[in-house]
Design a protein around this ligand. Sequence first.
Ligand SMILES: Cc1cc2nc3c(=O)[nH]c(=O)nc-3n(C[C@H](O)[C@H](O)[C@H](O)COP(=O)(O)O)c2cc1C
Length: 250
Amino acid sequence: MAGITDSQFVKLLIPYGFDMVTIGGYNIDKKTIKAGEEIIKRGRKEFKIDEEEIMNHIENEVNEIKKEFNVSVSVNLRSTTPDPIIEISKIKNLDIIELNAHCRQKELNNINCGQSMMKNPKYFEEFLKELNKKSKSKTSVKIRANVEGVDTLKISEIINKSKTSFLHIDCMKPGHPYGDLEIIKKIKKNTNMFIIGNNSITDIESSKNMLSAGASGISIARAIMNGKPPFNLNQIKEYQESLNIRTTKK
Ligand SMILES: Cc1cc2nc3c(=O)[nH]c(=O)nc-3n(C[C@H](O)[C@H](O)[C@H](O)COP(=O)(O)O)c2cc1C
């Protein structure tokens, strides 16, 4: 979560049993940094780091986590071109770079970043091809489901074909206070990626429903903003095992 999930924040959560944490999202090229400044002006939180500082900043954040915990660290990145992401992927202790094709802030969408990346499948495919060819870390793509003008299934197939390791999907169902589990089922049928299911995970039941639909893992955002997971993560791990799910630790 932009402006919120830094090393200090995730370090509070890791002892509860998370296998993976995601820091960011960070704006890492000139255009996204400028867009981030505009977003801040209208009162939303963003990480505000200069372009020259961003690599060092993220490296320090990753090391802050890794020196205390044996956990997979992912970093959510917004960029209008693959190169700055590829640079970040060279950080030694970083496990995963996550392309943010999810954000719906207009300042970022206006520069073809965030969810608007999915509106041009050809461009998206090329972007991912380059990223996966040159990344030194594992790759993840965060998308939002059910975006107007976007075929979520087609996009997930493009991501699958690009050899991206993780599909992190906010399966938001517009107008509903719960996620779209049908889209998870369909994606699972058509792809062989590790799916991290996200949206409205608040308790054991919503977590199990996401895993039963076909996600291999779950992610939680708003429900951990107070620095504590709302349920016992061991119960989720047991459920993953009962479904024979291969988790990120294995
Ligand atoms: C304040 C705030 C900031 C967010 N910033 C980001 C971000 O930078 N990158 C991203 O991929 N998702 C971001 N998200 C989306 C969340 O990661 C998550 O996908 C969304 O809130 C749905 O999951 P939830 O129901 O568990 O909250 C943000 C959400 C909130 C509430």
